[in-house]
Write a protein that binds this ligand. Structure first.
Ligand code: ZN
Length: 172
């Protein structure tokens, strides 16, 4: 897998540091830490990489699930580190509030699209009415939507029997 050589004046600059030209296409991936199916994540990201070779992957750096799968995809596809933006939650500092804070900051940093891979909530003794998605990923997808970022829980992954179909009820 190769990319065409770029010998133009922009070749020496990186999307992260150049001050002019089109902004790189930032793709925010959110999802459940229980998400195990790599195929829909790879398919969605591969499609976006074809149309946006300058793709920058943004995710929450969870060591399991959708974040980890997306991160591995980026490394498999040879994205340099400056095109993988990781937003780990500061669990020790902010405890239970860390995920929400991280999601707010990650969404505020901006993205062109948000891909959501959300499993049903698996929290023991969760008191929210079922069915609903895992809380952290739903929070991130809703914040992205509220910020005007298109959120895409579309086929093929919405056909997964245990995946959540998000509904936002109208425009952000
Ligand atoms: Zn729950």
């Amino acid at each position: 897998m190769t990319t065409s050589p770029d010998t133009g004046p922009r070749a020496a600059t990186t999307p992260a540091t150049r001050g002019s030209g089109p902004a790189p296409h930032r793709v925010l991936v959110t999802g459940s830490r229980t998400w195990k199916n790599h195929a829909p994540i790879h398919a969605a990201l591969d499609e976006l990489l074809t149309t946006h070779p300058d793709l920058v992957l943004v995710h929450g750096a969870c060591k399991q699930g959708a974040d980890a799968i997306a991160d591995r995809w980026a490394r498999l596809r040879g994205l340099p580190d400056n095109r993988i933006v990781r937003h780990p939650a500061e669990w020790r500092r902010y405890k239970a509030a860390a995920g929400g804070r991280r999601n707010t900051a990650m969404v505020q940093a901006g993205a062109h699209i948000c891909l959501a891979f959300i499993d049903l909530c698996a929290k023991p003794a969760c008191d929210k009415p079922m069915p609903h998605g895992s809380h952290g990923a739903e929070d991130c997808a809703r914040k992205a939507h509220a910020a005007g970022i298109p959120v895409t829980p579309d086929p093929p992954w919405k056909t997964r029997h245990d995946a959540v179909q998000l509904t936002f009820g109208g425009a952000p």
